[in-house]
Design a binder for this molecule. Structure first.
Ligand SMILES: NC(=O)c1ccc[n+]([C@@H]2O[C@H](COP(=O)([O-])OP(=O)(O)OC[C@H]3O[C@@H](n4cnc5c(N)ncnc54)[C@H](OP(=O)(O)O)[C@@H]3O)[C@@H](O)[C@H]2O)c1
Length: 380
């Protein structure tokens, strides 16, 4: 049995990971759980899965949990997360927190040779070069959870396939695929959260509506699979059945298909390279009658191009873009700005940015912090 630690256990990926672990409970044991402040749900998870260790954000929550669960060790704050990430009793660390807190945790796990199942986007977007260099140095596997990167891994069958020529990342196109820019101007938070295919956390759902999410996935794929940006393509596939495909040098394309459920890539990441029974599909063909593939509209969704460009430039630009986008998305979710203001804010920060090539982790975090401060000074 392998010990699993889940950072972000109360979130969309975290809760689904627990559902998967429950199904294949002969293979895994929940060793540790970590969230920020959803203590009600964490308490239910502690009662059900009986982890040895948990971690929360505040000291007050730590104290309260210690009083209630006498057999559970309770850590807190960013030091607590780091301690958890280094804990050698963990066999697999599931990095499923949102935000930048996962970056140092993933690096700590890598340095301690703990296999990482990676959902968190910021880790590779902000610090892809540093993280992948460490993973190579310590020979620690990083297995992606995101459905697109999981699909690519399944099509490549290894992290380094010399016959693969191009990676094709599919995108549903989000809720505004068929709307004009004029219409997008007035779209509300409810409109942006109405994703046609996937049910996810709010921030990533808005990123799907702007297609930033797809740009971030291109950056992640570049780092994970060591592919040049020119050989990573984005294709719109509204049905979200083909999760990505790989083009080989002989003209063959291998695609991975599945119903849109994160259970499949989560299970694949936990068990890799083994497979186990999973979602049952009884109908003759569970994918419907039509699969469409359309060109991405870079004019309608300018943040897609900007995100990929920031990835190409590298340095601290992806961190600046990520921070600007996240802050702008939260302003939009709080109804402080309109939907198209998200791109205005992100473009402004990238246009003003002074890049640093080969930055240290501290420089990346500093760029993140300064960008967030600048955006929070902007009045709506
Ligand atoms: N959802 C998807 O289908 C999907 C697919 C691919 C990739 N991803 C990526 O996976 C990550 C998680 O996404 P999600 O949709 O699961 O997000 P989510 O539903 O918002 O959940 C975030 C989780 O992280 C925890 N968290 C946030 N900040 C923390 C901190 N400072 N310390 C400790 N825990 C913290 C939250 O705890 P509280 O609940 O206590 O706040 C929660 O458990 C993101 O980077 C996202 O881009 C998600």
């Amino acid at each position: 049995m392998e010990n699993i630690t889940i950072l972000g256990s109360t979130g969309s990926i975290g809760t689904q990971t627990l559902e998967v672990v429950e199904k294949i409970s002969n293979e895994f044991r929940v060793y540790a759980l970590c969230c920020r402040k959803n203590i009600d749900l964490l308490k239910k998870q502690i009662a059900k899965y009986k982890p040895e260790v948990v971690c929360v954000e505040s000291f007050e929550d730590k104290k309260a949990l210690e009083n209630e669960f006498r057999n559970t060790k309770v850590l807190f704050g960013s030091e607590g997360i780091l301690e958890l990430a280094k804990d050698k009793k963990t066999d697999i660390l599931v990095a499923a927190t949102s935000g930048i807190v996962a970056v140092r945790a993933v690096i700590a796990a890598i340095e301690n040779n703990i296999k990482v199942a990676l959902a968190n986007k910021e880790t590779l977007v902000m610090a892809g070069e540093i993280v992948m260099k460490k993973a190579k140095q310590f020979n620690t596997p990083i297995i992606p959870i995101d459905s697109e990167h999981s699909a690519i891994l399944q099509c490549l069958n290894t992290f380094n396939n010399p016959y693969a020529k191009r990676l094709w990342i599919t995108a549903s196109g989000g809720p505004f695929l068929n709307n004009t820019r004029e219409e997008m101007k007035n779209f509300s938070v409810t409109d942006a959260l109405n994703h046609p295919r996937w049910s996810m956390g709010k921030k990533i759902t808005v990123d799907c509506a702007t297609l930033v999410n797809k740009g971030l996935e291109v950056i992640e794929a570049h780092h994970l699979y060591n592919f040049n940006y020119d050989n990573i393509k984005v294709v719109i596939h509204p049905q979200s059945i083909v999760h990505s495909f790989v083009e080989y040098i002989d003209g063959s394309f291998l695609a991975q298909m599945g119903v849109p459920s994160m259970h499949i890539p989560i299970q694949y990441a936990l068990l890799y390279p083994k497979r186990f029974e999973g979602i049952k599909t009884n109908s003759f063909c569970p994918f419907g009658k039509t699969l469409e593939f359309l060109e991405a509209d870079f004019e309608k969704f300018p943040l897609l191009n900007l995100t990929i460009e920031a990835g190409k430039q590298g340095g601290i630009l992806p961190a600046i873009l990520n921070a600007a986008n996240e802050e702008a998305v939260y302003k939009f979710l709080n109804k402080e700005i309109k939907f198209l203001d998200i791109e205005k804010i992100v473009f402004e920060q990238i246009e003003k940015a002074q890049n640093i090539i080969n930055p240290t982790l501290d420089e990346i975090f500093e760029a993140d912090k300064i960008t967030r401060q600048k955006i929070n000074l902007i009045k709506a």
